[in-house]
Design a protein around this ligand. Structure first.
Ligand SMILES: [Zn+2]
Length: 447
């Protein structure tokens, strides 16, 4: 996702070849490979330290205890793989390279199962292949004169795809062709796009919130993108869902409507996020975008849990889509919204939490902006220090904010009186994003 010198892009082509039987056989082959590896796994008993938390007054105490767990060891020796290969080849009627592809896929499925099992996210059940797909390695297709030819059965059965007519042909000039994924009615083609020529000249730190996405970079200052429309999508569907759900409990035919609503909600959100990220990557073509690593993030705010869960899904999607279109760097989310970017002190919430102020130096900032600045500093590797803060944040933003420094009082805007100042919002409240006219979306505050 980050720190690679190329980017993977993929495109779909629809086809109407009759490959159902082939895909079915491959599915069985893959399952057989998984079964075989599974049956040869060793389970080793290990002691693991675990804990639970008890509250004593205001303090939380961890109580440790030990559990015995079975840890699987996946057979990886060359002899085992060779035996597996020859066994799978016995009743395989297509090109033998598919057996290698199946073995590789089986290992990656089992490895990811094992990782999750150790984390406690998966049980001790064997993974089952449900989807019909084949990964086509580079040895199984030929790319010549804009045409991809895939071997299914040597000298008997080939598939041909003409890329010279595809809509994306101009986008893939100079790209290397990567792995193909064959499905029943489409072919997914991946390309490696070299990033060498793209110049990266600036970093933007982004703080994701329920209603807005706040960015900071010394060049653009505070960039605020309105996400209320995204919130609105979920609200509308929640109301609808609740209305149908109460009826659905009595009538089973309505249950499909409930799940349809969920689909539609997801599609609308996905569509919005795609447009949003495309626009952001066009607005800041040379930027590296920094986000919090959400997998490492505990729930920051336990209230309104449901809303935050939904929003977190969206945030993950925003980061994921952003990484397809731009460079993305993830930073440790620890204390990004509660640390003073200037001195490293603790930020206290003022006025219902929208504004925060440093206990130590008195710096007062909008909470979201504070998060964005901290993410920016983290992605550049700057620890909080007054001189860095002055250099990268204040000096560049004086013309925008008309910031003034006062002895011991820290930073306030001109309009602010001492400690109780309005959030540093350069041009008033954010605009509600208009889904049709996306150009209005990034009436973000860029100057
Ligand atoms: Zn401070």
């Amino acid at each position: 996702m980050q720190r690679s010198s190329y980017r993977i892009v993929s495109y779909k082509i629809r086809h109407d070849y009759n490959v159902g039987e082939f895909l079915n056989s491959y599915k069985h082959l893959l399952q057989k490979a998984i079964d075989d590896i599974w049956d040869n796994m060793e389970w080793v008993e290990k002691k693991q330290r675990n804990y639970y938390v008890i509250k004593r007054g205001k303090r939380k105490i961890r109580k440790h205890y030990y559990v015995k767990r079975l840890i699987p060891i996946i057979p990886k020796s060359r002899e085992f793989k060779r035996a597996l290969r020859s066994q799978l080849l016995e009743d395989w009627n297509y090109a033998s390279h598919y057996v290698d592809s199946a073995i590789k896929t089986a290992y990656s499925i089992l490895n990811s199962w094992r990782r999750n099992y150790i984390k406690g996210k998966r049980g001790r059940n064997k993974p089952v292949v449900k989807r019909k797909f084949v990964r086509v390695k580079e040895t199984l297709y030929r790319f010549r004169d804009g045409k991809i030819t895939i071997t299914i059965k040597p000298r008997q059965f080939y598939l041909e795809f003409d890329l010279s007519k595809a809509w994306f042909k101009n986008r893939i000039k100079g790209c290397d062709l990567g792995e193909l994924i064959l499905k029943e009615s489409e072919l997914i083609i991946t390309f490696r796009k070299p990033l060498g020529e793209e110049k990266v000249s600036e970093c933007i730190g982004w703080d994701l919130n329920l209603f807005s996405m706040d960015g900071f970079s010394p060049r653009y200052g505070w960039i605020r993108v309105d996400l209320r429309y995204l919130y609105h999508i979920h609200r509308v569907h929640e109301v609808k869902r609740r209305r149908v759900q109460s009826k659905a409990s009595k009538k089973s035919s309505l249950k499909t409507i409930v799940s349809k609503h969920g689909e539609r909600e997801k599609n609308r959100a996905r569509d919005y996020i795609h447009k949003l990220t495309t626009q952001l990557s066009k607005m800041f073509p040379n930027a590296v975008h920094g986000f919090e690593d959400l997998d490492k993030q505990g729930m920051r705010n336990r209230s309104k849990k449901h809303n935050r869960d939904v929003a977190k899904q969206n945030w993950k999607q925003i980061i994921q889509y952003m990484s397809y279109k731009s460079r993305v760097k993830l930073v440790d989310p620890k204390n990004t919204s509660s640390t003073c970017p200037a001195c490293g002190g603790r930020m206290m919430k003022l006025r219902g939490g929208q504004v925060v102020r440093c206990e130590k130096c008195g710096l007062t900032l909008d909470r979201q902006l504070c998060g964005a600045i901290n993410i920016y500093l983290k992605m550049c590797g700057f620890p909080p220090s007054p001189s860095t803060f002055y250099r990268v944040v204040i000096r560049k933003m004086i013309p925008q904010w008309k910031v003034r420094m006062r002895g011991g009082r820290g930073v306030t805007t001109n309009g602010g009186k001492d400690d109780d100042m309005p959030p540093m919002n350069p041009r008033g409240g954010p605009n509600l994003m208009n889904p049709q006219g996306l150009h209005r979306l990034t009436k973000a505050y860029v100057s």
